[in-house]
Design a protein around this ligand. Structure first.
Ligand code: GTP
Ligand code: MG
Length: 204
């Protein structure tokens, strides 16, 4: 297994203060508690890199990490978090969408969904907005260790069929477990492939 060098860079509320757009960037998003920070720790094999919590709403900032001195990994706050005030939620949403729309080096967004749940309105709305805004994204199913292989397959099929009712084609899909480090290599490989063609790749 390749060693990964991962370092925390900064936390921001405003995309304008994010580090200079010098590298290809990959961000992780999804509902609160879906397992974004855990997946980031699994990907990088750094247990405490991104802060995780059993309480939803742990990540509240745009967190940049630099990986192998060649790409940025971004941990974003969850969307659809019901337990904060309406104003706070609006503020979060603005912060996230401003970042997604304006961050020029954002190469691909990984949208995480809990494999145990049927397609949820909040996720579908979010993905539809990404399609509308032409922000490229991949879908990542999390917490696969909580289901049997058969249930995993069923869940993914239900999701695929649901999306195919709306769209002609599907984005790449990944099945992961941060707990068991499942799906890690596949995600890293896809990132590596995207880096190769990115105008932000160093040495280009
Ligand atoms: P916010 O930052 O609050 O939006 O949450 P998050 O999406 O970053 O989730 P986080 O990684 O903090 O994980 C939430 C909870 O889910 C924690 O209790 C994790 O231990 C648990 N969890 C995350 N990934 C997995 C997984 O692959 N398997 C299992 N069994 N639990 C997981
Ligand atoms: Mg988090």
């Amino acid at each position: 297994m390749a060693q990964i060098n991962a370092k925390f860079v900064t936390s921001n509320t405003d995309f304008k203060n994010c580090p200079p757009a010098r590298f290809p960037e990959f961000a992780f998003i999804g509902r609160s508690n879906v397992g974004k920070s855990s997946l980031i720790n699994s990907l990088t094999f750094h247990k405490g890199l991104a802060k995780t919590s059993q309480t939803p709403g742990k990540t509240q900032l745009i967190n940049h990490f630099i990986i192998d001195e060649k790409w940025y990994l971004v941990d974003l706050p969850g969307y659809g978090f019901a337990k904060v005030s309406k104003e706070k939620r609006k503020e979060f949403e603005k912060m996230i969408f401003d970042y997604l729309i304006h961050r020029e080096n954002l190469t691909c967004l990984f949208v995480l969904v809990d494999i145990r749940l049927k397609p949820q309105a909040v996720d579908i709305e979010f993905m539809s907005r990404m399609v509308e805004d032409e922000i490229p994204f991949y879908i990542v199913f999390t917490k696969a260790d909580k289901l049997s292989q058969k249930q995993v397959n069923e869940s993914v099929d239900v999701y695929k069929n649901f999306l195919l009712e709306m769209w002609d084609e599907l984005p790449p899909l990944f099945i992961t477990s941060a707990e068991k480090h499942v799906g890690r290599e596949e995600i890293l490989k896809s990132i590596d492939e995207l880096i190769q063609t990115s105008p932000y790749r160093i040495g280009k």
